[in-house]
Design a protein around this ligand. Structure first.
Ligand code: GLY
Length: 353
């Protein structure tokens, strides 16, 4: 019985049962015999991201802890580091283009405290689609803008239209086009970097602050050499990411088509809601994705020929990540340091993949 315990004993016994609960406050005697102690949300800030977010998790944690930044602003600033980096060919400026050599970007974000979302799809000419998605969230009654409409909207909010195709990405696209078929009129180019399967890359970043406020963002250049207009999972709220401020956040990287089939962001957060740990929630969603995969996407052993990863943080600030295959890492800042951690996985990676 709580009433029979001193405040000190209550805090100690609570800490034994729920080690992550760090804050208890005494309030005045409640009416009708209400408990004299109310537990606040556990106050453990955490930022979790895909491995390419290692600089981003440090940035977001600094903004949250040292500058009292809102969690959405913090995660968007985190992923902008990659969007603006021409050497990250999976995201933003420098991303690999579609089949016609045009860079088309997708992004989405969610702000847990206000239960708002914003997204852009097939956006051309804007280096930081995550920021445009944040503008959709903040300044409109809509959730997703695509194509020319998204670009016009971005210009109205002060974004510059720029050429996003770097020389490195253009050369990669020319090589892909030349080597596509021996029967076309482009001579094969044997030398230079060759991507055996169309590469795809993405960054997802989620954060919780000391008040238990949660946000997430996902941004990508999508699948390289895609059919123009293809939109992947990243801008789809519920697939590329999902946030429930009472429960946690989850996001995804990897082959978007397979994630869309299981609404992976939402499904993972629902796992958290049922009490799964973040790692187990990610693993459960991966198993669903494999079960939903068409035969052409699986090898002779029933294992995926594609890659897929999930990242999650719950309301206590516990985090986890899981991918299909061993040997991948994710980025996390748990309040102590930014580091790359080993992700959980379903399968050992076959040799040669
Ligand atoms: N997950 C990124 C994409 O497939 O577009």
């Amino acid at each position: 019985m709580i009433d029979a315990l001193s405040r000190r004993d209550f805090v100690l016994s609570s800490a034994a049962v729920m080690p992550l609960v760090r804050t208890a406050v005494r309030v005045g005697p409640g009416s009708l015999g209400a408990p004299a102690v109310i537990l606040r949300p556990p106050a453990r800030p955490c930022v979790v991201a895909s491995a390419n977010g290692i600089r981003g998790v440090a940035k977001a944690m600094d903004l949250i802890v040292n500058q009292s930044a809102d969690t959405l602003d913090a995660v968007v600033e985190a992923v902008k580091i990659q969007e603006l980096d021409p050497n990250d060919m999976s995201v933003g400026y420098g991303g690999l283009p579609n089949a016609e050599g045009v860079v088309q970007l997708d992004a989405s974000c969610m702000h847990g405290p206000t239960r708002r979302a914003g997204a852009v799809g097939a956006l051309e000419g804007i280096k930081t689609p995550s920021e445009v998605a944040k503008c959709v969230l903040k300044y409109t009654n809509h959730i997703m803008l695509v194509g020319k409409g998204a670009q016009d909207f971005a210009v109205q909010f002060g974004f510059q239209i720029e050429n996003l195709l770097t020389e490195q990405a253009r050369q990669a696209w020319l090589r892909w086009r030349a080597n596509l078929s021996p029967d076309d009129n482009y001579r094969d180019i044997p030398e230079g970097q060759v991507f055996p399967t169309p590469p795809h890359g993405t960054i997802n970043c989620s954060a919780i602050n000391a008040s238990g406020e949660i946000s997430s963002v996902t941004t990508t250049a999508g699948l390289a050499w895609k059919i123009p207009g293809r939109v992947g999972d990243s801008p789809i709220v519920g697939a590329g990411l999902y946030v429930d401020n009472d429960v946690g956040a989850a996001g995804s990287t990897g082959l978007g088509e397979c994630n869309i089939m299981v609404c992976g962001g939402f499904t993972t957060v629902e796992g958290l809601r049922r009490g799964l740990s973040p790692t187990d929630a990610c693993l459960e969603t991966l198993r669903r994705a494999v079960a939903m995969s068409e035969a052409r996407l699986l090898d002779a052993n029933g294992r995926p020929k594609y890659d897929l990863q999930y990242y999650a943080v719950n309301k206590r600030g516990e985090f986890g990540s899981a991918g299909l295959y061993a040997g991948y890492k994710f980025a996390v800042h748990d309040g102590r340091e930014a580091r790359l951690a080993d992700g959980a996985y379903l399968y050992e990676r076959p040799t040669g993949r």
